[in-house]
Design a protein. Structure first.
Length: 187
């Protein structure tokens, strides 16, 4: 089963302390996501960024959250350490789930992907809803325990446990996923 790495919302507005909706400790997961991205690329597996890209002033999310990740602003850009490469895929989204009103599902099917590995922020918002929609569409879901961050960070284990029990998500560390990739490519 082919797998894809999905990097959710690793944007300046969420990852940087000066960001409009800073997720505390989000910067701590950058090194793990870099390791995963490298492993996926070295093994010919797709890397997909799913980025909030909201329209100014009118976006419905702004009724709940302050304005953030507005299309065309520095806040909506992927953090420098994780910038997409030319051969990576980038999906813009306007809602929590990376599947809602985007072509993510079509892309995954075209790439013959059956397993998604979710990283990024926030575990209890966009990662959670992306995991739900992946599950509803029949994908195997893996959530990276040390490659995601909840808001507040103290709730990380609660939300990982929720995805495990409700969506059957496998919760693995970065090193466990890298080992899995290496072992499946050597067999």
């Amino acid at each position: 089963m082919k797998r894809a790495l999905i990097i959710v919302d690793m944007l300046n507005d969420f990852v940087r302390p000066y960001g409009k909706l800073y997720v505390p400790k989000a910067e701590e997961i950058i090194p793990n996501i870099k390791v995963l991205k490298k492993a996926f690329k070295e093994n010919g597996l797709p890397v997909i960024y799913t980025n909030d890209s909201h329209l100014p002033k009118v976006d419905a999310e702004f009724r709940i959250w302050r304005e953030h990740a507005v299309r065309g602003t520095p806040g909506a850009e992927v953090v420098e350490e994780l910038k997409p490469d030319e051969d990576d895929f980038v999906i813009q989204k306007r809602r929590y789930s990376a599947f809602f009103s985007t072509d993510l599902d079509v892309l995954l099917r075209e790439l013959d992907v059956g397993e998604v590995v979710l990283t990024g922020v926030a575990t209890n918002v966009c990662v959670l809803h992306t995991a739900a929609d992946a599950f509803f569409r029949g994908y195997k879901v893996i959530v990276v325990s040390d490659g995601t961050m909840s808001v507040p960070p103290e709730e990380q284990e609660k939300w990982l446990g929720y995805m495990r029990s409700v969506y059957g998500a496998e919760i693995l560390s970065t090193s466990e996923i890298v080992s899995k990739i290496k072992s499946s490519n050597s067999s």
